[in-house]
Design a protein around this ligand. Sequence first.
Ligand code: SER
Length: 585
Amino acid sequence: MKAIEIRNKYLNYFKNQGHSIIPSAPLIPENDPSVLFNTAGMQPLVPYLLGEKHPAGVRLTDYQKCVRTNDIDEVGDNRHLTFFEMLGNWSLGDYFKKESIKYSFEFLTKELQIPVEKLSVTCFAGDEDCARDEETAKAWKEVGIPEERIYYFGKDDNWWIAGTEGPCGPDTEMFYDTGKPKCSENCNPSCSCGKYVEIWNNVFMEFYKNKDGKYTKLTQRNVDTGLGLERMTMLLQGKETPFDTELFLPIMQKLESLQKVNDINSRRIVAEHLRSSMMIIADGGRPSNIDRGYVLRRLIRRMIRHLNKLQISLDELSNLIDINVENLKEMYPELEQNRETIKNVMLEEKDKFAKTLEHGEKEFIKEMNKLKEAGKNILDGKIVFKLYDTYGFPPEVTEDLAKENGLEIDKAEFEKLFKEHQELSRQGAEQKFKGGLADQNEKTISYHTATHLLHKALKVVLGDHVRQSGSNITEERLRFDFTHPQKMTPEEIKKVEDLVNEQIQRDLKVTCEEMSYDEAKASGAIGLFTNKYGDRVKVYTIGDFSKEICGGPHVEHTGDMGTFKIKKEESSSSGIRRIKAVLIK
Ligand code: SER
């Protein structure tokens, strides 16, 4: 069965069990600075797990695009992926353990036709926070899993939480027996020898873990499940790795035909990072030196280094992108829609990286010679940092070069310097934000409110993919940067202007409320978050039109802001448009 068939079967099965199919949220969380990317299906649903009403009901199912980069250095082995898709079904205060287990069992054994003998399950063993999960074990026995294939483990294996704070609870995991021999007498599903592969995780979320590590009961009992699509595809096709499935085969074969040096790990790294970075770019990500931009930059640059290792010309990059778009567009139409942007961003990054490599390598050789003259063989962290900070030379490349030349590097010192540098740039950004707001008068305040109206109007007219990527206000005009793949048409510009002017004429009241970050998120507020998870934020509401997190200040009524006019709509960088607009009184 192909991946897309598994996805469709899943969504249809749960639809037939009364679930609404909801779309995947973008990889880049809309309103959540606490995580870089969506890393699990439940993340975009947190407000609803906490009790907010979901417009599609209490039973939901979807596929969610996820990126996890804690494993980035492991990609190249036969199973780690930085991008993957998670199929999920949710009960928001509706059904609980028994039904959830019945659905999972039926889907696996009837829809996917996995023989019962291949399945083992694990349940929570119990501790001072939560009792042993006998109820789950009983439900498994009732559907037909024999006692000897039901295992109990503690929090390390059978408790799920995203990060350290948030909704959580005991889980039950399903394992597929590959038929490999047991690695020892005690071999069981928690063992990593490869006999048992985890295929599905059902979390019974009825707790909230707060900052101090205390658990409280949620107002409702939820079910959150996650089934990794690539892994299931591989198992059902009897393949050893996801790279042997149709998701990766075309790109793997192309790399094999182009390579001058044969290296399966490098081929896998290229194939995986190419897919991952294309997905991130399609959802609005752009390379930079901080946060998610830096993750994307690392993915692209690591991919390029491995293309170099395979001795594949970088001129092939555009073709490789096309192969992936063609292969994956049925599953991810956004790749086709953003094909040109993906190419522009990747090729631009490739050119930058080529220059960086050239300059950095020269500098590295200078430093190495100095070191050798001094009879030393440890490159100190300051030099690794200087190469990174001044020449943009990635630390992992320095590490590779050092290795090739028989040198070691002082990683701990580099990391210390790197952290200090990140902290400084974070503080700098906050200063800038405050500074910008200190300088306020009637005109800039009106432009500030107009910016919120514009942001919302762009989302209405162009679509929900529009995301603010920059804003600048003077007494004369506003400037607003946002993600959008192509030039706006004159009709679209007119529509946006009309929509903003309509709101001004309606003389909407602007109100401000302070609330917790969670409440703001649950209220559906949009905006750039500068506050961390848990802090209190201000939410500005403009009538029934816009709700956005912001430091303010804003006008009290929209009525006398003047007439809104877009003066210019132009490209800012690839995939980012820039609008300059004025208010005429
Ligand atoms: N949140 C759980 C996971 O990511 C189940 O979806 O595994």
